[in-house]
Design a protein around this ligand. Structure first.
Ligand SMILES: [Fe+2]
Ligand SMILES: [Fe+2]
Length: 310
């Protein structure tokens, strides 16, 4: 099932409001909560190939993605924080604080997951180090507005993956192990909740459409190639992966996942449309559903909330 077939993924009517030049939040009533959660206990029994059917390709894909997150999240926070004092709209200021809080917790939890993966023989620590080095160089040498444009583009990646995970059970099932699936879907919920913040800040500080679109064109292919490269190298260096049975069969199964479908690529390309805004896709019903499922009265993740935020 593709994302566009789902009732939750309807095109929002807010596009006209959101696409105009503005120094304000595109959704002033939106509240972005920082939830202090921990997945340490849920990941204690993590097997080496945690993905569905012990698939080493899907496991290496999730590990590669996760190894980009902690330093990626730090980069997003630095890029947005740089412009914090130039934001005059109190709603957007409040949402920026929520964005920074959420991204900080994502970074911490993925760093823990990456440590566990490293212990199991993945090269996540090396990938984290490379990512950190590259993104710190970006912050240092690229203009601040270019870093913000890159953050807004990368937030479209996370928002696209987030909507897919929240909407499509097949996409969620790829992660197999309950703890890993919960980590990625909780992250997806919060990425969806704050998907417009970096974009609104970019617009508030006068970022151009030209820079926005060209940054995405560059990042989209670069990130897809880097991820593919990381998965291939990870598997080539992993003897255990070859003991998991036919790699060709695992690769075919991974290729059928909605996460790597043409529809997902098409959604990533929507960002290039003139006047695009993240709220063009209304995901509020999906977010509400998962907030209740995870943190409602009988919430599946209430036990993962640390005392201060429970
Ligand atoms: Fe995040
Ligand atoms: Fe994010």
């Amino acid at each position: 099932m593709s994302v566009t077939d789902l009732p939750e993924a309807v095109q929002a009517q807010s596009r006209g409001r959101a696409a105009t030049g503005s120094n304000q939040s595109s959704d002033p009533d939106r509240v972005i909560h920082t939830r202090r959660v921990s997945f340490e206990e849920s990941l204690a029994d993590l097997p080496k190939f945690f993905a569905a059917n012990g698939n080493p390709v899907s496991s290496h894909f999730a590990a590669s993605l996760s190894s980009l997150f902690p330093d990626g999240e730090d980069y997003f926070v630095r890029s947005v924080r740089h412009f914090r004092d130039r934001i005059t709209d109190p709603d957007l200021k409040r949402q920026v604080a929520g964005f920074i809080g959420q991204e900080s917790v994502h970074g911490r939890e993925h760093r823990y997951f990456n440590q566990r993966l490293d212990e199991l023989g993945y090269n996540t620590r090396f990938s984290e180090r490379m990512t950190k080095r590259e993104l710190e160089a970006h912050t240092r040498f690229a203009p601040a507005k270019a870093n913000l444009a890159a953050t807004a583009a990368l937030e479209h990646f996370t928002a696209t993956l987030a909507e897919l995970l929240l909407a499509d059970e097949d996409a969620r099932n790829m992660f197999g192990h309950d703890g890993v699936r919960h980590l990625f879907v909780w992250h997806a919920l919060e990425e969806s909740e704050h998907k417009a913040v970096a974009f609104d800040v970019y617009r508030a500080v006068g970022g151009s459409e030209r820079m926005r679109v060209w940054t995405m064109k560059f990042i989209r292919s670069g990130l897809a190639i880097s991820l593919a490269f990381m998965v291939i190298i990870g598997i080539v260096l992993d003897r255990d992966a070859r003991r998991q049975g036919s790699l060709r069969r695992h690769l075919k199964e991974f290729g059928r996942s909605p996460v790597v479908s043409k529809e997902t690529w098409r959604r990533l390309c929507e960002y290039d449309r003139p006047g695009f805004h993240p709220n063009d896709r209304d995901t509020t019903a999906l977010e509400e559903e998962w907030r209740n499922r995870f943190f409602g009265t009988e919430g599946e993740l209430n036990g993962n909330l640390l005392k201060a935020s429970a």
